[in-house]
Design a protein around this ligand. Structure first.
Ligand code: HEM
Ligand code: FES
Length: 351
């Protein structure tokens, strides 16, 4: 979104990301169908394609779900996050191809409309082994479609960030439906324990990563800032903030990112206006706090995006006393400057 950020090479990075994604998807499908045809000479190409596309989509969904918590735990995963929406759209296309092939293969040759047949052929809802698992895949696909169709920033702007975010939380419902789709479908008919083991390991990894990341966030939130004078609260040592980076603190209801840069300290809201990315996990680049997710930028003193952009996050007054950073919990008036505290090493420089 920012002029400076685009100059860093956003488009080239996007191209590399997309090429790697398309190449890996094709390589996976080729390997799956090739190996499948070799190991199971009786299997038809249609069946191998349906299975290859289904597993590719589910595998990608696991990667997508792991990226968020992995980035929270280790910043080295951040490059994966920049274009996570491309992963989402690719995953939807693979899932759509899988669903469409399956509908043609299993429902396309009778005299009933294939979509009607999908819901009416099997109604054994009280059986685990024969449960109608295909409609579960259909509903998951519907959710994935809604997410892929609204993934562009046009929809983010028109729906507003909170509505968009809530819609995209639907990915967890889709994931639950797909777990049921596979557990009640392929895992009932497939005798090989490998599919069950891989499937179980995937679930354990997704759940564990989410639990560990949220535990870490909770611990950070539990750290209570110490009230000092004039309504300020003491939040951290200057020394604990790496140069050009931030420490995130919870002040009342708000998460605030306290940045140290060029001998100065400034505090702004931790929540990016784009998709709620954690600004405190970003860096100060070209004098601007740069969101680690998609590169929106904000001036640390005002919380405003540099012109011509108009995004704005709250800025907070700071001061440094005896090497400790103090922040006032009430944000300054929107767009106004909160004078940065100057530091020399970790000593305040009185101006
Ligand atoms: C209209 C939607 C869908 C239909 C009709 C459908 C149908 C099927 C069918 C018939 C199978 C069993 C294939 C076989 O035994 O040869 C299957 C399996 C599977 N499906 Fe779906 N599915 C749908 C959506 C999805 C979606 C959205 C995903 C993942 C994102 C998915 C992932 C899988 C996986 C991983 C398997 C197990 C591997 C396999 O045997 O193909 N499905 N699905
Ligand atoms: S730039 Fe997308 S969330 Fe911040």
């Amino acid at each position: 979104m920012s002029v400076q950020y685009e100059a860093v090479g956003w488009n080239r990075q996007k191209q590399i990301y997309d090429s790697v994604l398309a190449g890996s998807s094709l390589a996976y499908l080729g390997t799956f169908v090739g190996l499948g045809a070799w190991l199971f000479p009786d299997a038809t190409v249609e069946t191998l394609l349906i299975r290859g596309l289904g597993t590719a989509a589910l595998l990608l969904l696991h990667v997508i779900l792991c990226i968020g918590p992995a980035c929270r735990l280790d910043g080295r995963f951040l490059p994966l996050l920049y274009n996570r929406r491309h992963l989402g759209v690719t995953m939807f296309l693979l899932a759509l191809a899988h669903g469409a092939f399956a509908i043609v293969q299993f429902h396309g040759f009778g005299d009933t409309n294939p979509l009607v047949s999908l819901f009416t052929t099997n109604t054994r809802f009280n059986s685990v082994a024969d449960f109608p698992f295909q409609p579960l895949g259909f509903f998951a696909l519907l959710i994935l479609f809604l997410m892929a169709a609204t993934s562009h920033d046009f929809w983010l702007k028109n729906l507003s960030a909170p509505v968009w975010k809530r819609l995209h939380m639907g990915v967890y419902l889709a994931y639950a439906l797909l777990i049921a789709h596979v557990a009640l479908g392929a895992l009932q008919s497939e005798t090989s324990p490998i599919l069950a083991a891989v499937f179980g390991a995937g679930m354990v990894i997704v759940v564990t990563l989410h639990l560990v990341a949220s535990r870490r966030e909770q611990r950070a939130d539990d750290r209570k800032p110490k009230p000092v004078s004039d309504g300020f609260v003491e939040v951290c040592d200057v020394d604990s903030i790496p140069e050009q980076r931030a420490v995130v603190v919870n002040i009342g209801e708000a998460r605030v990112a306290v940045f140290r840069y060029d001998g100065k300290i400034s505090a702004i809201s931790n929540v990016c206006r784009h998709q709620g990315g954690p600004l405190g996990e970003g860096r100060v680049l070209d004098g601007c706090v740069t969101c680690p997710w998609h590169g929106y930028q904000y001036l640390p003193e005002t919380g405003s995006s540099p012109p011509p952009f108009k995004e704005q996050v709250s800025a907070f007054r700071t001061r440094v006393v005896d090497g400790k950073v103090q922040v006032h919990p009430c944000p300054v008036h929107s767009g106004t400057r909160a004078e940065p505290s100057r530091i020399d090493g970790n000593r305040e420089v009185h101006q």
